[in-house]
Each structure stands twice: as C-alpha cells, then as structure tokens.
Design a protein around this ligand. Structure first.
Ligand SMILES: NC(=O)C1=CN([C@@H]2O[C@H](COP(=O)(O)OP(=O)(O)OC[C@H]3O[C@@H](n4cnc5c(N)ncnc54)[C@H](OP(=O)(O)O)[C@@H]3O)[C@@H](O)[C@H]2O)C=CC1
Ligand SMILES: CC(C)(CO)C(=O)C(=O)O
Length: 311
C-alpha cells in the first residue's frame, strides 16, 4: 500500500512514525510524510524518532516533503493536521488523491470528514478519531502515546463505497504497525463520543489553565464539566446522533482514569500562545446549539472567556 501521512505532529508523528517504521521492513507498504519546516529538515536528515511508553523507534519514510506532487497518488492518507489547517492542507495534498484514495482524518472535532469531502475534488473519506497524549518534543522527535484509533465509514447515503476488503487492508496495515485501531460500526457515534470528552475537557482545562487533576479534585469544576458534556450530548441528539444512553456518565468516569497531571492538547496550545481549536470545540457547540435551539450556557461561558486568548 502507498501511504501518506499529512501533518507529522503529536498525532500524525506517533501513528505515522509507527507505520513508517514497520513499512521499512515490509515490501507491502511504502510510506511518505507530508511535512514542512525544521521538522521536515530534521526528519529528512535523521528520520523521525517516536518516544513512547512502548519504547523508542526511529522511522525513515520513503520521502519527507512539503510538496505532495513529489509523492503523487497514494492508496491511503492519514490526515492529522489541526482543525484550523484542514482546508489549506487539503488544498496542498490534492496530488496525493486519486478517485480510489481513502483518507482517514484523526482530528478532534465532528465536522472534519464533511469538510474534507467538500475540500477534496476526489477520494473517499472515512471518519475517525484517536485517543493519545502526544506532541512534537523537538524537530524530528515525537513524545507521547501509546495511542488508539477508532474509525469507520459514515452512514450517510450517497457517499462513494468503501469495500470490506479495502477496510481489511487498512486494518491489516494498522495491525502490522502495532497500532490499536478499532473499526466502529457507526463512525458518527465514535467521533461524537470522543468529541463529547475532548470538547468539554479541553474547554475546562483551558478555562482554568489547569491539568485534569485540578478538575477531578474539585466538585464545582466537575459539575461544570458534566454540564458541558450534557450540552454536547443534547446538540448531538438534536442532530440525530444515537449516542449511548449513559454516554455522559461513562465519559465522566473515564476522566478519572487520566493521570492528575495530564493536560489536553488545546490547553497546551493556550499555554504556549499557539493558535487553538476553540472554534471547533466550544465555538462549534455554541453556534450549532443556537441553530438547533439547544441552550449551551456552559460552553458559552468557556467560549466567551477564551475567545480573546486564542492565538
Ligand atoms: N496531541 C494530542 O495529544 C492529541 C491531538 N488530537 C487532535 O489531533 C489533531 C492533530 O493534533 P496534533 O497532532 O496535536 O497537532 P500538531 O500541531 O502537533 O501537529 C499538526 C501538524 O500538522 C502540520 N501541518 C499543518 N498544515 C500542514 C501542511 N499544509 N503541510 C504539512 N504539514 C502541515 C503542522 O505543521 P506546522 O507546525 O508547520 O504548522 C503540525 O506539525 C488535532 O485535531 C488535535 O486536537 C487528538 C488526540 C490527542
Ligand atoms: C482526550 C485527549 C486529552 C487525549 O486523547 C485529547 O484528545 C487531547 O488532548 O486532544
């Protein structure tokens, strides 16, 4: 399989690094990185090193380039940029995309598959998300993990078909690479379930500029987090997403499994003065809630405080 990883940050670097490291020893797969700047230079010179709980691995892709035309059409794209870079990265990656190319986005958000379909002239877009704590430590070096992916086909009618054998080929590639990847029956439910967690936890950790332990250890903040999750659930249900009945309860429990010092990717972006995904998190919930007549005061409060601080 010819595989391209677009965006080699915390997420693309971890999963893409594992895929490229395995492909180097396999005649079946060839892996290309679409990456830019000093990170690209370091990878081209020394490979991409991924440090995680599973150990350290250095991956050497077939090519690390910013220019998708140097790669040409591929079978599979793992798309891992931030939500605010989606359209610009999609425009730059069109040389990778043929009619049969399958693209799996792993962004935090709920509209990225739809936005990718609108931005790309060709190709077939899966839907997915991932669970991981990972970041670029320095150019050419990723630290974090271990992570897992949940992905699947969107249920809406009229989308180009993705055959079971094609999905099996992707599952096989993840297996060979030692990546925990689950094929979900309903991609929408998987993506919204992850979103209910991160949109709320990312918002509240950014609001208080504090790690997860400062939320789980404070009953008032926990109530605020629950209210945020309930608003995401209400917006999802208003759009017909069949989330499990106990989704808020289960997700609240899962927050306690994070280490107390854990931080969220958006919180780290606020701390570092970077551009953030606030518009895809609380911003999206506030706007979509207003459109559907679902009140979202808890996300509204977080959005109002953070909007002026987003880089
Ligand atoms: N990090 C984490 O722990 C987790 C993140 N997520 C989600 O995954 C998504 C990706 O996050 P993350 O990996 O942390 O983000 P990062 O910022 O670490 O990585 C994104 C990378 O994409 C690159 N990029 C953007 N546009 C292009 C382009 N046109 N060509 C080449 N490279 C490009 C950026 O390069 P440059 O720096 O040059 O702009 C950057 O290196 C987000 O939606 C995030 O919310 C989900 C779970 C956990
Ligand atoms: C839920 C969490 C914290 C880890 O997967 C995340 O998605 C993020 O930091 O963006």
């Amino acid at each position: 399989m010819r595989i391209a990883i677009v965006g080699l940050g915390g997420v693309g670097g971890y999963f893409g690094g594992k895929i490229a490291a395995t492909a180097a020893a396999s005649p079946e797969d060839e892996v290309f990185f679409m990456v830019r700047g000093r990170h690209r230079e370091a990878i081209a010179a020394r490979g991409l090193t991924v440090k995680s709980r599973e150990g350290e691995v250095t991956a050497r892709p077939a090519l690390a380039t910013e220019d998708a035309a140097e790669i040409g059409p591929v079978d599979f794209v793992l798309f891992c940029v931030k939500t605010y870079d989606l359209e610009s990265a999609a425009a730059k990656m069109t040389p990778l995309i043929g009619d049969q190319t399958i693209i799996l986005p792993l962004l935090n958000g709920v509209d990225h598959a739809e936005r990718l379909r609108a931005a790309l002239p060709r190709g077939r877009v899966l839907n997915g998300c991932c669970y991981i704590f990972s970041m670029i430590e320095s150019p050419g070096v990723i630290s974090g993990g271990a992570g897992r992916i949940v992905y699947g086909v969107d249920g809406q009618p009229g989308l180009p078909e993705i055959l079971p054998e094609e999905l099996e080929a992707i599952a096989g590639m993840f297996r060979r690479s030692g990546i925990a990847a689950k094929h979900a029956g309903n991609a929408d439910v998987a993506v919204w379930s992850k979103y209910l967690l991160i949109c709320s936890l990312g918002g509240i950790t950014s609001y208080y500029q504090a790690p997860v332990g400062a939320i789980t250890g404070d009953p008032q903040r926990l109530a605020q987090l629950r209210a945020m999750m309930e608003e995401v659930e209400a917006v999802a249900r208003a759009q017909g997403v069949p989330l499990p009945e106990a989704i808020v309860e289960e997700t609240m429990k899962s927050v306690f499994s994070f280490g107390p010092d854990s931080t969220t990717s958006m919180q780290r972006d606020f701390e570092n003065g970077n551009r953030t995904e606030l518009e895809s998190f609380s911003g999206y919930i506030v706007r979509t809630g207003a459109r559907l007549g679902v009140p979202t005061p808890a996300h509204g409060e977080v959005y109002a405080k953070l909007i002026g601080q987003s880089g």
